[in-house]
Design a protein around this ligand. Structure first.
Ligand code: CDV
Length: 311
């Protein structure tokens, strides 16, 4: 038996600050049309896919920061994506900056949604591992102010039943942390969809720069194998406002192998036929959690935040 889902990573090339949402949505619609013509069921788009990656700038004016956020989803500008989903019978995931009135205050999250073939939102995730810093650090070649502009996500990593499978999502820096995958693995996830914006240059650790593509695939392949799940990683990449960002969008099988990968750093569709039943062999043998995990011995993982060396 097999449950085949044809999935695409809808990689996006750079989005400059002068590009409005309508022009970005038009690029995404083009990829959705291509995807439908190739029998794709679900296309994943990158993190913060509707605008340039604005946390690279320090902005003192909150109104300027908020101009990068979405107050409703769908909105007038994003409605065509939802209409295309219905017309083409094609699901999609979309990363965007979310501004919401919640708990009696204005809250801002780095968010990703999953939309099914009827154009309905079936899942929402808010980024938990926010990288970077809170204050302006002028010594950097560019800022990374996610800790300033977003709150830590409040939804954990839910897993949803949709499109005949079990789906979860995470966003960019989350993919580097094993906890991300394990929380979804413990809910039986079969496919994790994630978008990213990863600069080549890492200001606090420039010695990592030559390894950006390697680390990108390393963590997604490990997460897929160790949890018996498909992982679809999709980049916004290329030179955006002078900042060089890695591509390497990839579809990773539960074997840990990359089955399809982008070859450009521009708008590109990466397609793979994914058998969701391929997860079973890993989930029922090597990574049969019920049989082999020893959570009592892992308590430190949730009880301790930073590393404390023995005396
Ligand atoms: N958008 C991100 O989360 N980017 C980080 C960078 C700052 C290292 C990443 O983990 O790719």
């Amino acid at each position: 038996m097999s449950r085949i889902l044809t999935v695409a990573a809808g990689q996006l090339g750079p989005i400059q600050r002068s590009h409005d949402r309508a022009s970005v949505v038009a690029r995404m619609l083009k990829l959705m049309e291509q995807a439908a013509a190739n029998g794709v069921d679900l296309v994943a788009f990158p993190e913060l896919a509707l605008t340039t990656f604005f946390p690279r700038w320090f902005m003192a004016d909150q109104a300027e920061v908020d101009s990068f956020f979405e107050r409703e989803m769908p909105s007038r500008e994003t409605a065509p994506l939802f209409e295309a989903a219905r017309r083409l019978k094609l699901g999609f995931t979309l990363g965007y900056a979310e501004l919401v009135e919640q708990d009696g205050r204005t809250r801002r999250f780095n968010t990703q949604i999953m939309v099914d073939k009827t154009g309905s939102v079936v899942g929402k995730y808010r980024k938990i591992h926010l990288p970077g810093h809170r204050e302006h650090e002028p010594w950097r070649a560019f800022q990374h102010l996610e800790k300033r502009y977003f709150e830590v996500g409040d939804l954990s990593w839910p897993v949803w039943r949709a499109m005949g499978g079990l789906f979860g999502m995470c966003i960019c820096n989350d993919r580097r942390w094993p906890e991300t995958y394990r929380v979804m693995g413990l809910q039986g996830v079969e496919m994790i969809l994630l978008g990213y914006n990863t600069p080549v240059h890492n200001p606090p650790a420039p010695d990592h720069d030559r390894l950006g593509d390697f680390h990108n695939h390393l963590v997604m392949q490990a997460g897929a194998y160790q949890n018996g799940t498909w992982v679809v990683g999709v980049a916004k990449c290329g030179v955006e406002e002078g900042c060089d960002m890695i591509g390497g969008s990839a579809i990773v099988a539960p074997t840990g192998e990359i089955v399809a990968q982008a070859i450009t750093r521009d708008d590109e569709l990466v397609i793979a036929r994914c058998d969701l039943d391929a997860c079973k062999s890993y989930k029922t043998t090597t990574f049969n959690f019920e049989r082999h995990r020893e959570p009592d011995q892992y308590r430190m993982i949730v009880e301790r935040k930073g590393a404390i060396e023995p005396p």
